[in-house]
Design a protein around this ligand. Structure first.
Ligand SMILES: Cc1cc2nc3c(=O)[nH]c(=O)nc-3n(C[C@H](O)[C@H](O)[C@H](O)COP(=O)(O)O)c2cc1C
Length: 352
């Protein structure tokens, strides 16, 4: 059995995982803009989700992993620092029908680092190795018929997954692709050594953001370092996706050629821009932005419910910019209190 990664046409241009942004409604909006290679990303990553929480039975965390069929191939990203919990969480995402699972070894957030996960794993190769092994065991065990109950997975989680699978076509016994998304290093660039280490592991793909943890998002991503790492990964037969500061599809394709990577992940340039992957879309009118925001908001309400209006606000701020009068409209929309008010306001603003 081959994972989906091997079947993708290069360059592989995907939606990068972003906590608080690549939620199910946003991913849906991005996926519905087209077909692969004509408007839609070649692969889509979820926000990251904590394995320790999943393992404890916090079923609400699985809402982060909701997805719809049009998002395929879809990769669930996991973070944490316990290999046992990674094993269980991997079985869960397998049972939910994901195409791939990705291990976060790049997050610079303090709360993640303090727990030993995210980019802290760059400083802990022994644990990184154990985690990768655990994820691989999870993927293989699932493909070989492992039963989730016998793996000690919490009953609330089992119920949630059963419910999800009633609504989707998930849960085939397929072999998921395994990847690691990481940075050049912790406080200095050790990418050649680190990527050599990762390339010896049993994974399909390495996604490399061209900054260290210490840099957070400052300065520019170092694509020369990404390029050197790509050679190392290729020698070991791994797929390498570069990441950092890409602003357009044209730039993404050019970077893949110049720096010899198999593809790229795009993050911030997609904010409020679900059309990013559609090269033909050179401009988006004010009306189209507002109509898309309305559709996004209605879908957001349908999935997460009336009470979850606040988390939508960052999307409102992302859509409502770069047109005449955007600043005032944005301020007004951000002052609203619920979905009904937003729907009314948008309907008045949208010109028929
Ligand atoms: C708000 C925000 C949330 C992010 N959340 C995640 C995450 O959950 N997992 C992850 O691997 N990277 C995460 N990232 C990093 C992005 O996936 C990406 O690596 C980074 O933004 C650089 O790419 P870009 O310049 O195209 O945005 C996040 C970045 C931002 C700005």
């Amino acid at each position: 059995m081959q994972s989906f990664w091997k079947k993708l046409e290069k360059p592989i241009l995907g939606l990068s995982p972003m906590d608080g942004v690549t939620d199910a409604p946003f991913r849906y909006m991005v996926a519905k803009t087209g077909k692969p290679k004509v408007g839609k990303p070649d692969v889509i990553f979820t926000e990251f989700v904590n394995v320790e929480g999943l393992s404890r039975g916090a079923a609400r965390l699985l809402n982060i992993l909701l997805y719809s069929e049009i998002e395929r191939p879809i990769v669930a990203q996991l973070f944490g620092a316990s290999s046992e919990d990674f094993y269980k969480a991997t079985l869960m995402v397998c049972a939910m029908g994901f195409d791939g699972v990705d291990i976060n070894m790049g997050c610079p957030a303090n709360n993640v680092i303090k727990g030993g996960g995210g980019a802290a794993l760059i400083k802990n190769p022994d644990l990184s190795k154990k985690i990768i092994q655990a994820v691989k065991y999870g993927v293989d065990d699932w493909a070989n018929g492992k039963n989730l109950k016998s793996a000690g997975i919490d009953s609330e989680i089992l119920k949630w997954i059963d419910n999800f699978n009633i609504c989707s076509q998930a849960s085939a016994r397929k072999l998921l692709g395994v990847g690691v998304k990481t940075r050049l290093g912790y406080d200095s660039d050790i990418s050649e050594e680190w990527v050599s280490f990762l390339s010896e592991r049993n994974i399909d793909v390495i996604s490399l953001h061209g900054r260290t943890l210490k840099q957070m998002y400052q300065g520019q991503a170092d694509w020369d370092a990404v390029s050197k790492s790509a050679k190392i990964a290729h020698d070991a037969g791994k797929i390498m996706l570069g990441n950092g500061d890409i602003k357009s599809m044209g730039e993404a394709k050019e970077k893949c050629k110049i720096y010899g990577v198999d593809g790229a992940l795009i993050g911030r340039a997609t904010w409020g821009n679900p059309w990013f992957f559609d090269e033909k879309k050179t401009s988006v009118s004010k009306n189209e932005k507002l109509e898309t925001l309305l559709e996004h908001a209605l879908y957001f309400k349908k999935i997460f419910g009336e009470k979850h209006f606040s988390p939508l606000k960052k999307h409102i701020a992302h859509y409502v910019k770069n047109f005449d009068g955007a600043c005032e409209i944005r301020q007004n929309l951000l002052a609203l209190k619920n979905f009904d008010e937003l729907e009314d306001a948008l309907k008045k603003l949208i010109q028929k």
